[in-house]
Design a protein around this ligand. Structure first.
Ligand code: ADP
Ligand code: MG
Length: 245
């Protein structure tokens, strides 16, 4: 579970002070898929960075699965992040000098997992790239690179997966494939998924839509629980969920 308690972010440059995120309370339940929407500059990446512990808030606490990450020291935070959080970036961020397989193995080797190689192969297979393990990022298309990045993000079975516009650098067809892959992994693994997206149509398949504007939550919509037993006359799931499910 992700819990933001009165979290805010203000930056100062010279005598100017700018509030990027106004004090915010936000709870995202375990296993939930929350889509974060909002115009450019509204604070979406800042919010994700604060949840990931890549950035620290000016005030407030971030609590992940009961751990107050804002009170952890640098080393403890890095270790916690490695175990608990997977991150997918818009621009893939693969290591260019490492093959696809090595990119997926590295986070597991950092934690000393003995099954790193076997698991890396299985992860690449789960994203449909078992034949591309020995290829370097530049030999892969954007969509393929993002699939490697997703396999890497899931390497250590993170409780939380954060994705910042993961389809932003992809064409529509590849963007939809990546989205469907994330949705499937969220369902299959029970990982909590927080995804920033500009695509309102895709976001409708999420459990929840949180809309930011000027550093404030202006809308927070929870959709009908996906896994609730459907009533014969009850609401139908959103079209995207139906198409994938
Ligand atoms: P989004 O991801 O929604 O486009 P960001 O979270 O990247 O928005 O940024 C929100 C606002 O905060 C933007 O106006 C951005 O320029 C500003 N901003 C982000 N980080 C910093 C920083 N370290 N210093 C100054 N301004 C920043
Ligand atoms: Mg951003």
């Amino acid at each position: 579970m992700i819990e933001l308690r009165n979290v805010s972010k203000t930056v100062t440059s010279g005598s100017e002070s700018l509030t990027i995120l106004h004090p915010l309370d936000l709870t995202i339940a375990k296993g939930q898929f929350a889509a974060i929407l909002g115009p450019s500059g509204s604070g979406k990446s800042t919010l994700l960075g604060l949840i990931a512990g890549l950035d620290s808030p000016s005030a407030g606490d971030v609590v992940l699965d009961g751990t107050v990450v804002t009170r952890l020291g640098e080393d403890a935070l890095a270790a916690f992040r490695g175990r608990t959080i997977g991150f997918v970036f818009q621009s893939f961020h693969l290591i260019p000098s490492a093959t696809a397989l090595e990119n997926v193995r590295i986070p597991m080797e950092i934690l000393g997992r003995r099954d790193a190689r076997r698991r890396a192969e299985a992860l690449l297979e789960s994203v449909g790239l078992d034949k591309r393990g020995h290829h370097y990022p530049k030999q892969l298309s954007g969509g393929e690179q993002q699939r490697v990045a997703i396999a890497r993000a899931f390497a250590n079975e993170p409780a939380i997966l954060l994705a910042d516009e993961p389809t932003g650098n992809l064409d529509q067809a590849n963007g939809e494939r990546i989205f469907e892959l994330l949705l499937r992994l969220n369902r299959d693994t029970g990982t909590t998924l927080v995804m920033v997206t500009h695509n309102e149509e895709l976001a409708r398949a999420a459990d929840r839509e949180v809309v930011l504007r000027d550093g404030r939550v202006v809308r927070d919509t929870v959709h009908v629980a996906r896994d609730a037993t459907p009533h014969p006359n009850g609401p139908t799931p959103p079209p995207m969920a139906r198409a994938i499910g």
